[in-house]
Design a protein around this ligand. Structure first.
Ligand SMILES: NC(=O)C[C@H](N)C(=O)O
Length: 324
């Protein structure tokens, strides 16, 4: 089968420099050279999209990546696409692609936590297993997938939880979609359906603000002029210090969508508390809730939906469906 390989960079494509620090080094061709089995098992169409650390990825870059995926898929002989990416922002790119891609063929993101200079780098195995998933006929129509450490994750659920370990990625309570064992792909569950959006001409500029104890209202207000929408990463179930509520209300009155997420890694936000600054107070002030979708993913969803100029009530409905 013919597969596409799009390389964007990340530790998987890095090597140690003379000072012992990891820096970008390998092209797509170099990556395939690391494992003869990769070259044998598929015919590859390589696209070296970029070679940077994933702190350089942007929503505009994700949009270009989506266009590159669609361009590769215009070849009916391509059965699936593997994308290599840095782990730092991988879950964002995966979610963006999952939201805007509609082709049933698998798109599988993979990465590494240890660069290619390490004798026990996780890159070659991750790349090989990502290829096995992309080649698997039952990987079709499962949305954008993330393969690391022999696990297959759904883009909407996956998060990087550890800075350095090879088992850094988890899907929390939702669990992984499947795994790879002795070069065989096993599926545990279908992915949950998430709303799809078309690619807008322009992506809206959304600020993600982490709320902290004793945060001055002025700090929050400083974001209003800089953004077309706000994601407030609140405490717990979705609560903020009461003195920030008038600022939130003001943002809503200025027409900015304000979405409450949580600094808790797992579980849903909800307007469950009735005290000042509690979720019910925020809902009354016009804020929206997005279930268990992470702050970063809510930001991308808003950037796409506002970019499409969808009416705000429609965006609220879609976001609630995205957060389930
Ligand atoms: N493991 C990695 O890929 C981390 C790297 N800093 C990146 O995101 O590009």
């Amino acid at each position: 089968m013919k597969l596409g390989l799009i390389t964007t960079g990340g530790t998987i494509a890095m090597r140690k420099d003379t000072s012992g620090k990891s820096v970008p080094a390998l092209s797509g061709e170099n990556l395939l050279d690391t494992l003869p089995k990769l070259a044998e098992s598929a015919q590859w169409e390589i696209k070296n999209f970029s070679n940077f650390a994933s702190c350089n990825m942007t929503p505009a870059g994700m949009k270009n990546l989506a266009l590159s995926v669609n361009e590769l898929f215009s070849d009916p002989a391509i059965g699936g696409i593997v994308i290599t990416h840095g782990t730092d922002t991988l879950e964002e790119t995966a979610y963006f692609l999952d939201t805007v891609l509609s082709d049933p063929r698998p798109v599988v993101l993979t990465a590494a936590q240890r660069d290619s200079s390490e004798t026990d780098s996780d890159g070659p195995r991750n790349l090989l297993e990502a290829m096995l998933v992309a080649l698997d006929p039952s990987a079709r129509e499962r949305g954008t997938l993330v393969v690391l450490n022999s696990e297959i994750h759904a883009a909407r659920d996956v998060r990087k939880l550890h800075t350095s370990q090879v088992n850094a990625f988890t899907s929390g309570a939702a669990g992984s979609l499947g795994n790879i064992d002795l070069h065989r792909v096993y599926w545990h569950r279908p992915p949950s359906r998430t709303p799809k959006l078309t690619l807008p001409e322009r992506l809206a500029n959304i600020a993600l603000v982490k709320i902290y104890t004793d945060m001055p209202a002025g700090v929050l207000e400083a974001f209003f002029s800089a953004a077309e929408g706000l994601v407030l990463e609140a405490f717990g179930r979705g609560n903020i210090p009461p003195r920030l509520v008038p600022a939130l209300e003001q943002a809503v009155q200025h027409g900015l969508p304000v979405v409450i997420t949580s600094r808790c890694l797992f579980g849903r936000t909800a307007p469950a508390y009735g005290y000042p600054g509690g979720g019910a107070d925020l809902e009354r002030s016009g804020a929206w809730f997005a279930g268990d979708l992470s702050s970063e993913k809510v930001r991308l969803f808003l950037a796409l939906a506002l970019g499409l100029q969808l009416p705000l009530p429609e965006i609220k409905r879609l976001l609630e469906a995205a957060g389930r």
